[in-house]
Design a protein around this ligand. Structure first.
Ligand SMILES: C[S@@+](CC[C@H](N)C(=O)[O-])C[C@H]1O[C@@H](n2cnc3c(N)ncnc32)[C@H](O)[C@@H]1O
Length: 185
């Protein structure tokens, strides 16, 4: 029963994410991408089907050539999977992108040592109201995200113990609680 409830929540999360991504203005990038579909993650991202995102996903990776050993369940062997080259070769901790120039950021299974710096950089490049889809996170990422100014607005903890989060860069608020007029123009 628990699994059923989680699956239903995941479906809801996917629908609302598609709608939220339609409202963002800037481009959508993936840091540490691309993330390839596999048997367990047929859409690459568990919280959203990449073919449903409203814009092209521009991939950014520090390496032009990335390969990974992945388990082939059917054949019962490890296989070396070669990933396509990213659109942009750059360090996710120091991106060649302007302040508040990006609408949404995807990231999946980023190495632990770079997560904090990537979150700080993501906050810099994200437009106010922008979103972060952070797959294979760890609970410590939530605290770091909050420290750099991102708030957790959704996500899913899977029965296998992995965590997917959705963070948002809040729009600045006026004293009355509504977004600053100047920033909406
Ligand atoms: C474990 S793989 C995950 C690949 C893919 N996102 C996935 O989920 O299957 C980690 C990826 O992060 C990339 N990476 C490592 N350090 C990086 C950095 N400083 N900036 C950008 N990408 C980086 C690696 O090249 C690799 O492609």
């Amino acid at each position: 029963m628990e699994f059923v409830a989680q699956d239903i929540d995941r479906e809801k999360e996917m629908v609302s994410l598609v709608e939220a991504l339609k409202r963002i203005a800037g481009p959508i990038i993936e840091i540490g991408g691309p993330t390839l579909p596999d048997k367990f993650h047929p859409h690459s991202y568990r919280l959203i089907k990449l073919n449903e995102i409203p814009k092209r996903l521009w991939t950014v990776n520090i390496d032009l050539f990335h390969e990974n050993e992945e388990w082939d369940q059917d054949a019962g062997v490890w296989r070396l999977v070669k990933y396509p080259s990213p659109d942009i070769q750059a360090d996710g901790m120091m991106l060649p992108l302007g302040k508040e120039s990006v609408g949404a950021v995807f990231a999946s299974a980023l190495p632990d040592p770079i997560r904090n710096s990537v979150l700080r950089e993501v906050h810099r490049i994200l437009e106010p109201g922008g979103l972060v889809i952070w797959q294979y996170g760890i609970p410590r990422d939530i605290k770091k995200a909050r420290q750099v100014g991102l708030i957790k607005i959704g996500g899913m903890d899977s029965p296998s113990g992995s965590h997917d989060y959705v963070f948002k860069k809040p729009k600045p608020m006026t004293d009355s609680g509504s977004p600053k007029r100047a920033l909406l123009i």
